[in-house]
Design a protein around this ligand. Structure first.
Ligand SMILES: Cc1ncc(COP(=O)(O)O)c(C=O)c1O
Length: 353
């Protein structure tokens, strides 16, 4: 990553967003060719929230409808439309909730989803494939496919927010593909930057991309699709798609899953559950703020894993896709110690997070 971005600095800067650009074209082509079937267009942003806003605007243009449905406790970022699609924890403070346009339904509840979309006035249902800030509850088998069917039946678009779950973290490039769902729009951010240069992208089907030919300047972003970011993202995608990276993700997911199960057996009353899809993991603890105790002890041991803001019982446990087996073993050792110490903390009320 460092070499790719350093070399690119001899030729590229952010570029000028008014002009066609080789770097943007190359990244668009790479995203289309590795994206879900039917993806034809790519729009760039500089962060996840902006990309979610673009996705929602795209859906509104395509359907000529205004309403957006998302999951209660969803998190899609803090920009204008994205924050309204997320939990009220972040929207009401700024009067950014819009109950007439944005509704929220419980996760894994198809009946509630049907109720929300049946009025045929919904532009899009936006779903994190596994809701991160809610602690990675796993979609029930058939749930996401059921949501997609409801979208098709009632004329709403399906937007997959893969800002956290994409880029091989589940052992597939896009987690949504494991659910047999072909999204109309897919959003990627965070990891696509390679940690080197901020960039995000919205992958759009031909049918949903109408505004781009009607008015290509309808969304503008000076830094969106910055050319150095495109180089970083191209390299990220190339590394991520290597067969050996994919198989290693499968291998270390198994290693970590088995190790965590052993740790759980040591503390069955405290370490209450493991949610796992590849390297996307939520560790549940039997205390309303259990993950905060564990986070603190892990931090002291040199491991950063954050509690889930919208369900602090659950620790977001998200090892990198390039972790070696040796580093996984070390991580498990430190995790075992931290979970043990946190159990004592939580019981004694000491070491409050
Ligand atoms: C699922 C999801 N969507 C969107 C975002 C927003 O991304 P950003 O912080 O780059 O605006 C986040 C950030 O954590 C996220 O987790």
């Amino acid at each position: 990553m460092v070499a790719a971005v350093t070399a690119a600095m001899q030729h590229f800067d952010i570029g000028n967003h008014h002009f066609p650009s080789l770097a943007r074209t190359a990244l668009s082509e790479a995203l289309v060719s590795t994206g879900p079937p039917g993806i034809a267009k790519v729009v760039f942003g500089s962060g996840g929230g902006e990309a979610i806003d673009i996705a929602l605007k795209t859906a509104r243009h395509a359907t000529k409808r205004r309403k957006i449905v998302s999951v209660a406790k969803a998190y899609h970022g803090h920009t204008g439309l994205a924050v309204a699609a997320g939990d009220e924890r972040f929207s009401t403070l700024f009067l950014a909730d819009r109950p007439d346009e944005f509704s929220h339904v419980p996760f894994n509840d198809l009946a509630a989803m049907e109720q929300a979309v049946r009025g045929k006035d919904v532009a899009a249902v936006i779903m994190e494939t596994i809701p991160a800030t809610y602690g990675f509850p796993l979609p029930a088998p058939g749930y996401l496919a059921g949501v997609k069917q409801l979208c098709e039946r009632h004329g709403a678009l399906y937007i997959a927010d893969e800002v956290q779950t994409g880029l091989m973290r589940t052992g597939e490039l896009w987690a949504i593909s494991k659910h047999g769902v072909v999204p109309d729009i897919l959003v990627t951010g965070k990891g696509i930057s390679g940690g080197m240069y901020p960039i995000s992208a919205v992958l759009v089907s031909e049918a949903a991309a109408g505004w781009l030919s009607e008015d290509g300047f309808a969304h503008m972003s000076t830094f969106g699709g910055a050319e150095l970011g495109c180089v970083a993202a191209l390299k990220t995608l190339e590394i991520t798609c290597r067969p050996e990276v994919r198989s290693m993700v499968h291998y270390i997911s198994g290693l970590l899953g088995a190790g965590l199960a052993q740790i759980r057996a040591l503390y069955p009353d405290w370490f209450a559950g493991i949610r796992q899809d590849g390297l996307v993991m939520g560790l549940e603890f039997d205390h309303p703020r259990g993950a905060q105790f564990v986070m603190r002890r892990l931090y002291e041991a040199g491991v950063w894993a954050i509690f889930s803001t919208l369900d602090p019982r659950v620790l977001q446990y998200k090892p990198g896709v390039l972790m070696t087996p040796a580093l996984c073993d070390e991580l498990l050792d430190r995790t075992e110690q931290a979970i043990g110490l946190a159990a004592r903390d939580a019981r004694s009320g000491r070491g409050r997070p």
